[in-house]
Design a protein around this ligand. Structure first.
Ligand SMILES: [Zn+2]
Length: 304
């Protein structure tokens, strides 16, 4: 009797698990490359190379936020590979320059994010795809006056490495009114237009500090022509949420495309209620954040 009850219980458990299974795409968030990382936003050249080599060897392939939002992962990711979306916030110069390539900027990185991505992708016959969300206060890759040449530099080595919106002033949007939110987006769009780069910017947004306005910005984003917006971490980007970020995907993006959660990847981590930061291993961190029994990862059907 007990045995029977146990079997019934077990099958109910399994059925519930099956019903709640999620097909997901991990969306990773990076910031800066620094070979002596002190902050959770930094990762060293060696760690980035090791992480990408591990990912491409383990069957993952890079994609951009626009690839995800447009539902074109099957077109851009080779058949049988699992897409992982790469995002880099702020537009720090180390995204496109090494310390040696631009001594005036006083960087501390052997290679840029772009170079590491291109080199590791080439070695695994993959196309470098990613999204850099840029902010004027975050640096615009070394300055507003250099933005156009910086975007050309990216385009020359990786045509599918896109740049998107991260606002000019990088102000927290959580308590913004709809008018303030709209003004922040329009201001960056008009600046891109006056700098002559609007055509090279993808209509995708990363909320500053990863937190969306509380009023619910979806209708304004749609009206302004945005196709996706990303958070940092789970929930609304606030680290008090311990849930693991998941981006539901099953051929088309099923979750809200204006509230896409991301996983932060760096050499150090923050933890809620824990003071300061602590050293982490980016590869171990990625494995931990993607190993859940109720999550399976989208596999490209490879349409080309
Ligand atoms: Zn930022």
């Amino acid at each position: 009797m007990l045995r029977k009850a146990l079997i019934v219980l077990l099958s109910v458990f399994c059925l519930t698990r099956a019903a709640s299974a999620v097909t997901a795409v991990p969306v990773l968030m990076f910031h800066r490359v620094c070979d002596a990382p002190k902050y959770p936003e930094e990762i060293s050249t060696a760690q980035l190379e090791a992480l990408f080599n591990f990912l491409w060897k383990s069957g993952w392939a890079p994609a951009s936020v626009s690839d995800l939002a447009a539902g074109r992962l099957d077109e851009v990711v080779p058949r049988g590979k699992k897409p992982v979306v790469l995002t880099i916030d702020d537009g720090h110069p180390s995204v496109i320059y090494s310390a040696a390539q631009h001594p005036a900027l006083k960087l501390n990185n052997r290679k840029s994010f772009l170079t590491v991505l291109c080199e590791t992708c080439r070695a695994h016959r993959l196309e470098p795809r990613a999204t850099a969300f840029i902010s004027e206060s975050g640096g615009y890759f070394g300055g507003r006056e250099r933005l156009s040449s910086a975007l050309a530099r990216i385009h020359n080595s990786a045509p599918n490495f896109e740049a998107g919106y991260h606002t000019r002033a990088h102000k927290l949007m959580k308590s913004m009114t709809p008018a303030q939110f709209r003004a922040a987006l329009v201001s960056q769009r008009e600046q891109f237009r006056s700098l002559g780069v609007l055509k090279s910017i993808a209509p995708v947004l990363a909320y500053p500090y990863g937190i969306a306005p509380a009023f619910g910005p979806q209708s304004i984003l749609k009206e302004l022509g945005f196709t996706a917006a990303v958070l940092a971490f789970a929930g609304n980007g606030e680290q008090k949420f311990s849930r693991i970020p998941r981006c539901r995907y099953d051929g088309t993006l099923k979750s809200d495309r204006f509230l896409i959660p991301r996983t932060s990847i760096g050499a150090r981590g923050y933890a809620f209620r824990k003071k300061g930061s602590f050293v982490i291993d980016p590869i171990a961190d990625f494995k931990k954040d993607t190993a859940f029994p109720d999550v399976t990862y989208y596999v490209s059907k490879g349409k080309r």
